[in-house]
Design a protein around this ligand. Structure first.
Ligand code: ZN
Length: 291
């Protein structure tokens, strides 16, 4: 959620940048069409080549990093607000099982991808202050978080005793899973995020990403929510067609909330599975297999 001051700045920045060339932020194609619009000057574009939906005008990368360091605030008061000692103690005592930070469904998913493996190596990309990394660690996994905001990362390192890295170059390799939840829709360079994941995974490791769902099946049912979901804090709007296109040469599973866990299993080489995509949250799982 943006403050009024941030909204005005966003609008002015958008007007100033409205002469910017329209080009897909993923595949660089200039063959794009407008599919939604806000405040006259900000548009949601669809790339006709890779089907990414992206907000136009596009931010410069430095502006994006600066925004997350200083201005980013989610309205749920927990993603970016750091809990005081008494609240943190309560959350730890409850094992984060109460409220929206419970990671049980992710742990369930990992167990389905690697049945029988008790201790997986996991990267928690965009780990914020480490509440998810903490739960993965408590469950017996070896977790390394990555977080762009120094204050959130430091908080997690100090208070939850989790490993959170602030430099992508220092992330360790040979992981079973590269996990992210509500990160890819904010990322200024999706291609670099995916190639980072590939470089950090074992042969047969999985990229797992949750994010808001921009798929046409969701839009059809929830026109207003779809319109609300993209904007300053969500420059990308991910959808099933985009994932199917970019992961067409590797196994994948694409689904939406509520996730149909029975359909999640170790992916075979030729497997490409798309579930019902009309839910609010989109999930992609893809396996990187080296030739
Ligand atoms: Zn594209």
């Amino acid at each position: 959620m943006l403050t009024n001051k941030q909204k005005i700045k966003y609008l002015l920045d958008s007007i100033l940048a409205s002469g910017q060339k329209i080009q897909c932020t993923y595949c660089k194609s200039e063959n794009c069409k407008e599919i939604d619009r806000k405040y006259l000057v900000t548009k949601l574009m669809e790339c006709r080549n890779c089907h990414l939906y992206f907000r136009y005008p596009v931010d410069k990368q430095e502006e994006n990093a600066d925004f997350y360091q200083t201005e980013y605030q989610e309205s749920d008061n927990i993603t970016t607000d750091l809990p005081d000692p008494s609240l943190l103690k309560k959350m730890k005592d409850e094992g984060f099982t109460v409220g929206n930070k419970n990671a049980d469904r992710y742990l369930d998913l990992f167990a389905r991808l690697f049945p029988g493996e008790k201790s997986l190596r996991i990267i928690d990309y965009g780990s914020s202050w480490g509440y998810t990394s903490y739960q993965f660690k408590q469950a017996g996994h070896q977790v390394q978080g990555y977080e762009i905001s120094r204050s959130r990362a430091s908080y997690g390192i100090e208070n939850l005793e989790v490993d959170i890295c602030m430099d992508e170059k220092l992330l360790r390799k040979e992981n079973h899973i590269f996990f992210s939840s509500h990160v890819i829709e904010h990322h200024p360079d999706i291609a670099s995020m995916i190639s980072l994941a590939e470089s950090l995974l074992i042969n047969g490791g999985y990229f797992v990403a949750f994010c808001p769902n921009g798929s046409p099946a969701f839009r059809l049912k929830n026109q207003e929510t779809f319109h609300r979901f993209w904007g300053k804090v969500h420059p990308n709007f991910l959808n099933g067609d985009f994932y199917r296109h970019i992961f067409r040469n590797q196994p994948y599973y694409i689904g939406s909330s509520p996730i149909n866990f029975e359909n999640i299993h170790p992916l075979q080489l030729q497997e490409s599975l798309t579930d019902d995509l009309s839910g609010e949250e989109l999930l992609v799982i893809t396996k990187f297999v080296k030739p």
